[in-house]
Design a protein around this ligand. Structure first.
Ligand code: GAL
Ligand code: ZN
Length: 644
């Protein structure tokens, strides 16, 4: 059974509305509600005084209506009484400013008082609801990803550093502290990175982000263990959020949750929304290693920078089924009912301010029916012969100070690689060389901007190619060791041997720059001076400062081959190139001859066909209306088993 539902905040509504909510949920086929995410001040209005009566009634009402519950611990948003009593638990910014109560996420995860209060409320909920018949899973906290630079955090950071580096001389070496007289002679001299006169030390900044990931994870694990102890049969999860500000290494966290759950909000109103949906779903499947769940997305709105965009008819369905096709255990949204007030009063909802007699709710009813008719097991997942690497610490390092260009964009580079494969109709997985050196048995692995690479990961990539794999490495990969110390002898350090070449100069270009390459390819923002050492040149720079020099190379290594892309190819050029490389590696598209606007995904026995374009499209004997979806049994030529 696929989950269909989302965040439900009955505490914001008079009780009369609840019965109407459950009736509407039944009408739409909603079978899960995430309850209590930020409800702490309604659950514990005064320290030690609990009001569980309303939650009892909500859970019973949902249960009677056939709706299961993902019950949240409310620890991402503190009640005013707590922060007044514990001002020291409020977070401190890099500028040394202590934040004030007034929003959510305003706590220091290292604060003993905060942690005790969080354990307490989680424990009370566990005690009361661990065996409630409506309980499907625990949803701990919300979107871990906060930051604090207070003195308590500083002490925790030092302990973390001691564990990691052992002694100060190792840390001094790893951080290159002889640069600008930063050599530490006592652990007490080290604090979190705070505002300073000029650029901070990149290794310091990077270790702090890794620390934050581990520190937040400790907070999660504390709650998880309490909840598990109360009833080991109920899975525990937390909703992963992606963003450049988030210091959480989800590939590591994935090992600690019972099911990987992700929130995803595309930020592009155009075709980028569908491409980002595929990207986020493929990445989540990689984290989930077998199953995962879309915990939140906006049903009827896309948040672009600075403007909300109302989704076109059918797009809620296409997006939702997009996640499901790529392995999600359901489609869940933020949120059920649009609130009357509060900071997110205009955010997306299944029941908007205008009520249920609206396009979004009508589309939800039809979607609920489609999801009910789909028969997929959690373990039915799309299978891919191509993978792309993902590494959060490389992202963090490429946000650091002192880089050769201001517009280096790790997420952009990974998305671009994924998008090129998506447009070439190749089903794609993700691998996580910073967490596991198991590179699977993919025919082809694309490595965009993998800036930090350990010796073990470098060896795994060599073995992979030697055994017959096809590796495609882009510029800004293999540059540094995991502690961000540069690998000497020429870029891309860790990959030099397998690639049979080296880079001796970077030539970052102005935004919007265009550089022509031979073989009909075009590039831009970034070019490099490459010297081959065994590799053959596949494409040359045709103009610009490096005219005549190699731009794209290929090296035969053992039974496989390793490609190097020294430049930022345009989307079209990257798609053409990856398509050709994939074909030579024996990777087939999901279906042959798919129209450009059609996305096809196989999950188990089902074949999902999406028409993202504005005209009808034909795939075999299936006619897809504009913006339509057809789902059919992959091995049975027959009628669609569901439609959107
Ligand atoms: C999510 C968050 C929700 C809500 C939503 C708004 O990232 O988890 O609580 O803020 O965004 O779209
Ligand atoms: Zn702190």
């Amino acid at each position: 059974m696929l989950f269909f539902g989302g965040d439900y905040n009955p505490e914001q509504w008079p009780e009369e509305v609840w019965a109407q909510d459950v009736a509407l949920m039944r009408q739409a086929g909603v079978n899960i509600a995430t309850v209590g995410v930020f409800a702490w001040s309604d659950l514990e209005p005064e320290p030690g005084r609990y009001e569980f009566g309303w939650l009892d009634r909500v859970l019973d009402l949902l249960h009677d209506g056939g709706v299961q519950v993902a019950l949240a611990t409310p620890t991402a948003s503190l009640p005013p009484w707590f922060t007044l009593a514990h001002p020291e638990a409020l977070p401190v910014t890099a500028d040394g400013v202590r934040l004030t109560h007034g929003s959510r996420d305003t706590y220091c995860v290292s604060s003993p008082a905060y942690r005790a209060a969080a354990r307490n409320i989680a424990g009370r909920l566990a005690e009361r609801y661990a065996h409630h018949p409506a309980l499907a899973m625990w949803h701990v906290h919300n979107e871990y990803g906060t930051d604090c630079r207070c003195d308590v955090t500083a002490a925790a950071f030092r302990l973390w550093l001691q564990k990691k580096h052992g002694d100060l001389s190792t840390l001094n070496e790893a951080w290159t502290t002889s640069f600008w007289s930063q050599r530490y002679s006592d652990w007490a001299q080290i604090g979190p990175p705070r505002a300073t006169q000029y650029m901070p030390n990149p290794a310091h900044v990077l270790d702090f982000r890794r620390f934050l990931s581990d520190e937040l994870l400790d907070g999660f694990i504390e709650q998880r263990d309490l909840l598990r102890a109360a009833n080991p049969d109920v899975p525990v999860t937390t909703n992963f959020v992606q963003g450049g500000w988030v210091s959480v290494d989800h590939a590591r966290w994935a090992e600690e949750v019972d099911i990987v759950a992700v929130d995803h909000y595309p930020d592009d109103a155009g075709a980028g929304a569908e491409e980002q949906t595929a990207f986020a779903a493929d990445l989540a499947r990689g984290w989930g290693g077998g199953s995962w769940l879309l915990m939140e997305t906006g049903p009827n709105l896309i948040y672009t920078s600075g403007r909300m965009h109302a989704k076109e008819p059918g797009r809620l369905t296409r997006h939702s089924l997009g996640y499901v096709a790529r392995g999600s255990g359901g489609a869940m949204y933020f949120q059920w009912r649009q609130p009357r007030g509060g900071a997110e009063l205009f955010h997306s909802a299944l029941v908007p301010h205008a009520g249920p007699d609206t396009p979004v709710f009508r589309e939800a009813i039809a979607l609920g029916r489609t999801l009910r008719n789909l028969d997929v097991a959690a373990t039915d997942q799309p299978a891919a012969r191509v993978a792309v690497t993902w590494d959060a610490p490389s992202w963090w390092a490429l946000q650091g100070p002192g880089l050769p260009a201001g517009d280096i964009d790790y997420l952009g580079a990974v998305r671009q690689a994924h998008r090129a494969l998506y447009r070439a109709k190749l089903q794609t997985d993700f691998v996580f060389p910073g967490v596991s050196t198991d590179l699977g048995d993919y025919r082809m692995i694309v490595v965009p901007h993998l800036y930090l690479v350990s010796d073990e990961a470098a060896a795994a990539f060599r073995d992979y190619v030697a055994a017959g794999g096809t590796l495609v490495v882009t510029y800004l990969s293999g540059i540094a060791e995991p502690d961000s110390r540069i690998r000497l002898g020429g870029y891309p350090g860790a990959f030099r041997e397998v690639l049979g070449m080296r880079v001796v100069e970077w030539h970052p270009q102005a935004p919007g720059a265009t550089v022509a390459l031979s073989a009909d390819l075009t590039a831009g923002r970034w070019i490099e001076r490459v010297e081959t050492a065994g590799a053959e040149t596949i494409s040359l720079y045709a103009d610009g400062p490096l005219a005549g020099a190699p731009a794209i190379t290929r090296n035969r290594y053992g039974a496989g081959s390793a490609w190097y892309l020294s430049t930022a190819l345009t989307d079209d050029s990257l798609q053409t190139l990856l398509h050709e490389i994939a074909a030579s590696a024996g990777v087939e598209p999901v279906l042959p001859d798919l129209p450009s606007d059609v996305e096809a995904v196989r999950r188990g026995d089902l074949l999902f066909l999406f028409n993202h374009g504005g005209r009808p499209a034909t795939v075999g004997d299936v006619v897809l209306p504009p913006g339509g979806v057809r789902i059919r049994s992959a091995d049975v030529e027959g009628a669609p088993v569901g439609r959107g």
